[in-house]
Design a protein around this ligand. Structure first.
Ligand code: AMP
Length: 436
């Protein structure tokens, strides 16, 4: 399938062509036509799937066919949990909307509010915002939602994890009830579904797993081990296989911190990223890991989501996730771009339920390999015998290939506060020259 057949306007196709995209990614194939039909949507997709273009492209198309915004009004509101993500989305909007006479801006906390108030004064077609600053601006009367046409909630699960639920509900209460709603989340927990119920109306549901999570690109196995032996086992495996860049997943923030200390005792350099760490600390840890300053990055699922680390040879599940879909997301971090990656899970007897859920989801049992000296006292019970009968999660297919040099996450990048990428009135000077 090509972008031409999705119903996007010529100006958008031109921008895609310039960007060098030849084919839509699976989520784009599904999302673009549905959004253009003005349907509500719930999409399970994480960073790397092309989800941003999945909602940005049809939104640009829709907005370009309508009326410009009135004073202080916003036509599309995109809410994201972090300023990095917000800045990154504005970047995409600017890139894909290059040839359209639309306006967009981004607002987030931690920077002066007055310039943001100024930029909102004339109204904008697209506003990308983090929740807290958006509420501030609304309370100050700097932004109005009477004419809002489309709402996007991006990375909804991370938003809830960061404690934004109250802010989100407040924002929702300020929006007109007739609007199009698009909700994106890496996973759909009960909490997300509960929120979705109050937000979307007869949504199209889309689910894509990260690419290359199939057996041929990721070698997966589990090592049965007693819980208390896990840190030693991880250290032994790291030394034995001479792993130099390992992404280790920990279910809890506390567990992640503890593990870093335990690895340290075994002369293995490690850093942790999780929700209790400041954005700066996370960015620093990630940068250190990326330039191979440390061997092990220990991450919780939420913290790992949205970070762009390409082609990691080795992923370790220090413990199994409670949500089986998270296993698929985790191992999607390795084996990218045709490389064969390895995903090893350290599994103790009390995790048999999680293991069975994962095996049911991926449709096959995971190979078990005992490590010498780490044979468990508490045996890991057998897996389900009927695994493989029902495969509930189809791996993606299609020609979408994420550019290997893309650092779409902007983890180290200073967020841009640039406003209109092209002025609606072509006779006026563009906003970057400071007239906004
Ligand atoms: P996202 O999942 O939205 O964070 O996007 C992941 C990366 O894929 C970004 O660097 C995009 O620029 C890139 N991308 C998105 N759609 C396509 C496509 N159809 N073809 C090639 N690259 C794409």
């Amino acid at each position: 399938m090509s972008f031409d057949s999705l119903g996007l306007s010529a100006d958008i196709l031109k921008a895609l062509n310039k960007k060098g995209y030849s084919k839509p990614s699976p989520i784009q194939e599904q999302a673009i036509p549905a959004v253009l039909k003005r349907r509500d949507m719930m999409a399970a997709a994480q960073t790397g799937t092309g989800k941003t273009a999945g909602f940005t492209l049809p939104i640009l198309d829709i907005l370009s066919k309508g009326k410009p915004p009135a004073t202080k009004q916003v036509r599309t509101l995109i809410i994201t949990p972090t300023r990095e993500l917000a800045a990154q989305i504005l970047d995409s909007v600017e890139t894909y909307g290059k040839y359209l006479p639309l306006t967009a801006t981004v607002v987030f906390g931690g920077v002066k509010i007055n310039p943001q108030i100024k930029r909102l004064q004339k109204g904008v077609d697209i506003l990308v915002a983090t929740p807290g600053r958006l509420l501030d601006l609304h309370h100050q009367g700097a932004v109005r939602f009477d004419d809002l046409e489309i709402l996007v909630l991006d990375e909804a699960d991370r938003m809830l994890d960061m404690g934004f639920i109250h802010d989100i509900r407040k924002i929702l209460s300020y929006l007109p009830s007739k609007r199009q709603n698009l909700l994106f989340s890496a996973t759909f927990s009960n909490d997300i579904r509960k929120l979705a119920k109050t937000m979307v109306n007869d949504p199209v549901e889309i689910s894509v797993t990260p690419r290359n999570t199939t057996a041929d690109t990721v070698k997966q196995w589990i090592v049965p081990v007693d819980k208390k032996q896990k840190p030693e086992l991880l250290a032994a495996l790291t030394h034995k296989h001479k792993w130099e860049q390992v992404l280790v997943f920990s279910r809890t923030k506390h567990g992640a911190d503890r593990l870093v200390k335990q690895l340290d005792k075994n002369q293995i350099t490690a850093v942790a990223i999780h929700g209790n760490k400041s954005q700066n600390a996370r960015t620093r840890a990630l940068a250190l890991f990326k330039k191979s300053g440390v061997r092990v990055l220990v991450a919780t699922d939420i913290a790992a989501r949205g970070i762009d680390i390409n082609q990691l040879p080795q992923v370790v599940n220090f413990d199994l996730p409670n949500v089986p879909e998270d296993y698929v997301h985790r191992i999607g971090r390795t084996g990218r771009a045709g490389e064969v990656g390895q995903a090893v899970s350290l599994v103790s007897a009390d995790e048999i339920k999680q293991l069975r859920d994962i095996e049911r989801l991926i449709g096959r049992p995971l190979e078990r390999r005992l490590e010498d000296g780490f044979e468990p006292d508490h045996d890991l019970p057998a897996s389900n015998s009927n695994v493989g009968v029902k495969k509930s999660n189809k791996p993606n297919s299609g020609g979408y290939k994420k550019p290997s040099n893309s650092n779409n996450n902007g983890g180290n990048r200073k967020p841009s506060t640039k406003t209109n990428y092209r002025n609606r009135n072509k006779n006026k000077k563009p906003s970057s020259s400071g007239n906004n």
